[in-house]
Design a binder for this molecule. Structure first.
Ligand code: B12
Ligand code: SF4
Length: 450
């Protein structure tokens, strides 16, 4: 049959002649906003693909839907008291239900747009999603910077977006559409964060540093214990156990059933205390303004004093913090499970495991010259308890390190002797050797827990 004679083709061509209303031009912003709110979103903003604030995300967007013209940032509110309770199952349910509702709203919006012939796709509010890419970046699009550009809030001290009205009790989603919108949303001209640092006080692993830094490995190791990181460790514990007694010595019954719960229902966050305690936002701030001490006693103290196991990397800041600051909590050492498969991912990886407290007063620049299939050069700078890793040689080094990439990738492993590697000339140090030992001290120990 010729294509022109196919029943589908004939029907579509006839419909197009009879109803030329298929959307071609820019979408009316008010109409789109009303559609999103009616679908269940609590707030919404629009960002054109060529806006400078999102330039770093365009490749991700094009990867999902090549013809994207506009991003719709969607916000869904969480019920506050549910998130604030120390009872984890209730708080987790609220997170999961809100993910569900923002995705439902997005799906409904996409369906409506599709019916008008407008290409649209929901980039999905969830984490993680592209898990087969683990341990590399495993989410298709970052909602936070898009929400900021769309005026949905600003990233606060704790790195969550704080909505001007709803505070940080929101989850985010992004819809990609293949059409321009008549009016763009503007970013906020202030941050709702009031820098009270209650998020720093509440986090059991000090993932939010008092200087505004974020300790990725601390949050990931504890909060995500029953997610992908902890699951990899758990399966390895099962594989390594000699018998049930050995397994029980490694993983207690509560931990085993917690993993079952996460697998059977939805994965359970261990904390999210930074979100629970945040007083920012017009709907949220009044009790804090009325009486800060009472606010803290009501929402921060119960989380600080709750009895719980806290998962920490060996020799990490979190391990020290739980022991010294949270007497009702018990630290349990776990393995760092985002393994690097090459020198490039290893060097990125150490930015995630850097421990600001352990860095102390260390200020030093290291030039790495790493041999292997190809020469890789990099600069590591530790200054004011922060780390920066750049590929290539920049600035003046305090120390030059020559090694093979394979050896360098082992230098944080349990059982690796830096002294021996230097003595055997596997690592050659030009400059003060103690600076290399101090660099190693800035990280937790990788590898098996004895
Ligand atoms: C990766 C991720 C995480 C990571 C990193 C968090 C972070 N600060 O970025 C981990 C696993 C630790 C995490 C934790 C949490 N998350 Co989260 N997470 C994401 C995700 C998938 C992408 C975040 C992102 O945009 N990062 C990039 C830039 C913008 O952020 P950044 O701070 O500069 O980057 C840091 C990390 O992303 C990391 N990183 C950057 N590149 C790479 C690459 C790799 C391979 C790895 C491993 C890490 C990594 O290093 C940076 C510095 O630490 C989004 C969902 C999405 N698709 O957008 C949700 C999201 C940010 N998370 C959210 C929530 C709610 C949480 C938790 C509260 C979870 C919980 N319920 O307990 C905690 C809060 C921790 C905190 N204070 O930030 C919400 C935040 C809502 C809001 N109001 O802003 C989001 C938007 C999910 C959603 N759909 O609503 N999360
Ligand atoms: S708890 Fe305080 S410092 Fe932390 S993000 Fe909220 S307002 Fe900012």
């Amino acid at each position: 049959m010729r294509l022109d004679d196919h029943p589908t083709v004939k029907k579509i061509r006839l419909e197009a002649q009879q109803s030329p209303a298929r959307q071609q031009g820019p979408l009316d912003a008010q109409w789109l906003r009303d559609l999103c709110l009616a679908a269940g979103a609590d707030d919404v903003g629009f960002v054109a693909i060529d806006r400078p604030e999102i330039v770093g995300h365009v490749a991700d967007v094009k990867n999902i839907m090549p013809g994207t013209k506009t991003l719709i940032s969607l916000v869904s509110r969480m019920n506050r008291e549910a998130v604030r309770t120390p009872t984890r199952s209730i708080a987790n349910h609220e997170f999961h239900e809100t993910y569900q509702s923002v995705n439902d709203a997005a799906r409904h919006i996409v369906r409506q747009l599709e019916e008008l012939g407008i290409p649209a796709v929901n980039a999905v509010a969830a984490f993680p999603m592209e898990v087969q890419n683990f341990p590399n970046k495993n989410w298709p699009l970052s909602h936070k910077p898009i929400a900021e550009a769309a005026g949905m809030g600003k990233i606060g001290f704790h790195r969550n977006v704080i909505h001007p009205k709803f505070g940080n009790f929101v989850l985010l989603d992004t819809i990609l559409i293949g059409l321009d919108v008549t009016e763009q949303s503007k970013p906020l001209d202030y941050s709702p964060c009031i820098e009270c640092k209650l998020c720093v006080a509440a986090c059991p692993v000090e993932a939010i540093g008092p200087d505004g830094s974020f300790n990725f490995s601390a949050c990931y190791s504890h909060n995500y214990r029953d997610f992908l990181g902890g699951f990899v460790d758990w399966t390895e514990q099962v594989a390594d156990s000699k018998d049930k007694h050995d397994y029980r010595a490694r993983v207690d019954e509560g931990e085993t059933v917690a993993m079952w719960q996460s697998l059977s229902f939805k994965p359970n966050y261990k904390a999210a205390y930074c979100v629970s305690v945040c007083p920012a936002g017009e709907d949220v701030i009044t009790p804090y303004l009325d009486d800060r001490v009472a606010y803290s006693e009501k929402y921060v103290t119960p989380l600080q004093q709750s009895t719980e196991k806290v998962y920490v990397l060996p020799d990490s800041d979190a391990e020290e913090i739980v022991r010294t600051r949270f007497k009702t909590k018990t630290p349990k050492q776990v393995r760092w499970n985002i393994r690097a498969n090459d020198i490039f991912s290893f060097l990125f990886n150490i930015t995630l495991t850097f421990q600001r407290r352990k860095a102390g007063k260390l200020n030093a620049t290291y030039h790495l010259h790493l041999s292997g299939d190809m020469l890789v050069e990099a600069t590591i700078t530790i200054a004011q308890r922060r780390i920066e890793v750049e590929f290539g040689i920049t600035g003046t080094a305090d120390v030059h390190i020559h090694s093979s990439a394979d050896t360098w990738m082992q230098f944080l492993d349990a059982g690796f002797s830096l002294e021996q590697a230097i003595e055997d000339c596997h690592i050659i140090v030009e400059g003060p050797t103690e600076l290399l030992f101090q660099l190693a001290d800035c990280f937790p120990t990788y590898g098996d827990i004895e």
